[in-house]
Design a protein around this ligand. Structure first.
Ligand code: SF4
Ligand code: SF4
Length: 273
């Protein structure tokens, strides 16, 4: 904040609402942010939930709606915690832009490809899936109501019998959607001032939505910054090690490059602030 202000900025900290839980509405999210210490008095700047009280966005194509306050800003510093991810293999700047800068409908569009498949022959009727589903997407007989499902995958995590499983090709499909949406966001913002900062610390196998387990896939490495979203994510993946991720983490990076979002090469220059 101090750096941004010293360079003439008037920053705020932001994110967008999610499906259900502690980030479902802007009011839920303000409470969660403040509980986690993201207090204006500590940050020395406001916190603004970018899709506002009523899921407000600017539709830039058939699928993608950018959260209003992000669209209305003059510049964006994208701060991402690099982690593994159960569905997209890797989460960094591309995923943060694709999920973090859009309204709920565009999040749902991306998660369409992660809806689980139910095998009744393996189901033991334990009911855990129905208890955890927040979207009324599982019947009393444990059948999926596919039109209610948002692909959050909570049910397949708790299903011990293997009756609920993620589709085999979900990782590639989700990564391609992430690149598609990140491209639509960055190409339709009415500004070009974007810098991407990836924190390669506390690198967990799953994203920060997942239940925390004190387990890391890498030692702390440092912080990477670039104005190229493709290069910064590729460097992040390669510094952590491609083999540390489930599946191929580079699908999203290569797809984002193919769409013209950045280059697949980089040089790391060490700086001291
Ligand atoms: S993935 Fe499972 S828990 Fe999530 S909405 Fe769909 S049915 Fe419910
Ligand atoms: S969690 Fe799995 S085994 Fe249990 S009821 Fe749901 S589908 Fe069946």
């Amino acid at each position: 904040m101090e750096l941004l202000k010293n360079h003439g900025g008037d920053p705020f900290v932001t994110d967008t609402t999610m499906y259900k839980g502690k980030r479902y509405t802007a009011m839920d999210y303000y409470r969660t942010a403040f509980d986690h210490g993201f207090l204006p008095s500590y940050l020395d700047c406001p916190v603004i939930i970018a899709d506002g009280l009523k899921d407000e966005g600017v539709q830039v194509n058939e699928q993608v709606e950018i959260a209003k306050s992000i669209y209305d800003s003059d510049a964006m510093l994208v701060v991402s915690h690099a982690t593994g991810h159960s569905a997209s293999s890797f989460g960094g700047a591309i995923k943060n832009v694709a999920m973090g800068c859009v309204t709920k409908s565009t999040k749902k569009y991306q998660h369409e490809v992660t809806k689980p498949i139910w095998n009744p022959d393996l189901c033991t009727d334990c009911d855990k899936c129905r208890q955890i589903c927040q979207f009324d997407a599982i019947t009393e007989d444990h059948e999926l109501i596919i039109e209610n499902c948002v692909g959050c995958e909570s049910c397949s995590y708790v299903c011990e019998s293997g009756a609920l499983k993620s589709p085999d090709d979900e990782s590639d499909k989700l990564q391609k959607r992430l690149a598609e949406v990140a491209h639509a966001v960055l190409r339709n913002l009415p500004y070009t001032n974007c810098i991407f900062v990836n924190f390669l610390i506390d690198i967990t196998p799953f994203c920060d939505c997942a239940e925390f387990t004190p387990e890391y896939i890498s030692l702390d490495i440092g912080v990477l910054a670039s104005n190229d979203i493709v290069a910064v994510d590729l460097a992040t993946i390669e510094l952590i090690g491609n083999h540390k991720f489930q599946g191929d983490p580079t699908v999203q990076v290569r797809e984002a490059h193919r769409k013209g979002l950045g280059v697949l090469e980089y040089e790391i220059v060490k700086v001291r602030l």
